[in-house]
Ligand binder design. Structure first.
Ligand code: DHB
Ligand code: FE
Length: 298
C-alpha cells in the first residue's frame, strides 16, 4: 500500500492547506447560480441540527475545556479550507442516501471534493489522459449504459476521475498534469463504452490539517479504499454519481467516508500480462415528477 507522502512526511507541510484550499475554490466555482433554501427549510434543518448537538452535550456532559477545544478546531477547519473535505467524508453519504433511495437503476455514492467538470472528451472507446510513464496496473473497462426498461442509452456521458497509483488527484496535488486521470467518454449507439486507465491506490485524506487532527485525537484512521469516481448522465435521466471499488482492499470494510456499497464492487480479472480487465455497466432512472431537482442534469 502506498502512503501518499505529500500529506504525511512533513516535507510539504502546507499540503493539507493547499488541497483544502483547492477543494474550497473548486466548490465555490460550482455554485454558479447561487443556492436557494427556503426560510422554512433553513429553520427546520438548522433548528434540528442544533437540537441534536444540544443532546450530545447533555448526554456526555461536555466540559468547558472540551467546548473550547471544539471552538478552536472549528476555527482551524475554516482556516485550512477543509470544510469540503470534512463534509464530504463525514456527512455527504447520508445526503446521497436520502436523495437516491427512490431509484431502481444503479446505486450511486458520494461525489467527494475532487470532481472537476469538462474533462477532455475521449469518445466511446479510448484511454483516459495519463502520463507516458503513468504508474499502476493497466485496467481495461467495458460497459454499457441503459435505461431502467433495458433500452440502450447512446450518447450517454461517462465522466471518470480518480487518484493515481500514489493516491493523488490531478488539480489538487502538486506536479501532476492538469487533466491526468480525468476524462469524459460518450457511449456509442448501443450505449457501450470502453475505457483504458490504471488502477488507483487507496487514498488517505490529508492528515496534516484540521480533519487529520480530529482523526488523530479520536484514534481513528484516515483511509478510503481505492476507488474510481464516475458521473453518468443521459438526457431525460437522473444523473448518477458513483464510486467503484476493488475487491480485497483492506479499507472496503472501514472506509472513513462510509461510501462503499456491495453493488459498487468491481470484478477485475488478470489477463496474464500484468493487466486487468473488467465489465461494469450502468442503469439510469428516467426523470419523473418525484425526482428531486438536484439529481437531474442541469
Ligand atoms: C475525500 C477524498 C476522496 O477522494 C473522496 O472520494 C471523498 C472524500 C476527502 O479527502 O475528503
Ligand atoms: Fe476520491
Amino acid at each position: 500500500m502506498t502512503e501518499n507522502s505529500v500529506h504525511t512526511d512533513g516535507q510539504d507541510t502546507a499540503s493539507a492547506r493547499a488541497s483544502g484550499q483547492s477543494a474550497t475554490e473548486s466548490f465555490r466555482k460550482k455554485q454558479h447560480a447561487g443556492l436557494q433554501v427556503s426560510q422554512e427549510r433553513v429553520s427546520a434543518l438548522a433548528g434540528d441540527a442544533l437540537a441534536a448537538i444540544h443532546d450530545v452535550i447533555r448526554k456526555h456532559e461536555m466540559t468547558y475545556e472540551e467546548y473550547d477545544a471544539l471552538k478552536a478546531w472549528l476555527i482551524q477547519v475554516g482556516e485550512d479550507g477543509e470544510w469540503p473535505l470534512f463534509l464530504d467524508v463525514w456527512v455527504e453519504h447520508v445526503v446521497e442516501d436520502v436523495n437516491t433511495s427512490h431509484r431502481e437503476g444503479s446505486k450511486g455514492s458520494i461525489e467527494g471534493p475532487y470532481y472537476v467538470p469538462d474533462a477532455p472528451e475521449q469518445g466511446a472507446r479510448g484511454t483516459i489522459p495519463m502520463r507516458e510513464d503513468e504508474p499502476g496496473t493497466p485496467l481495461h473497462w467495458t460497459g454499457q449504459v441503459t435505461s431502467t426498461d433495458g433500452s440502450p442509452l447512446g450518447g450517454a456521458k461517462v465522466e471518470l476521475w480518480h487518484a493515481d497509483a500514489d493516491g493523488f488527484y490531478s488539480q489538487f496535488a502538486p506536479d501532476i498534469p492538469e487533466w491526468n486521470l480525468r476524462g469524459t467518454f460518450t457511449s456509442d449507439e448501443e450505449g457501450r463504452f470502453e475505457i483504458d486507465t490504471v488502477e488507483p491506490a487507496p487514498y488517505q485524506i490529508p492528515t496534516d490539517g484540521a480533519c487529520g487532527k480530529l482523526i488523530a485525537a479520536a484514534g481513528w484512521h484516515a483511509w478510503r479504499p481505492a476507488h474510481l469516481h464516475v458521473k453518468v448522465s443521459a438526457p431525460g435521466h437522473e444523473l448518477l454519481t458513483a464510486q467503484l471499488y476493488f475487491p480485497g482492499d483492506p479499507h472496503n470494510e472501514d472506509d472513513i467516508a462510509s461510501a462503499v456499497k456491495p453493488e459498487l464492487m468491481l470484478d477485475p480479472q488478470d489477463t496474464g500480462d500484468g493487466k486487468r480487465t473488467m465489465d461494469y455497466s450502468f442503469v439510469l432512472d428516467p426523470v419523473s415528477d418525484e425526482t428531486p431537482a438536484a439529481t437531474t442534469v442541469a
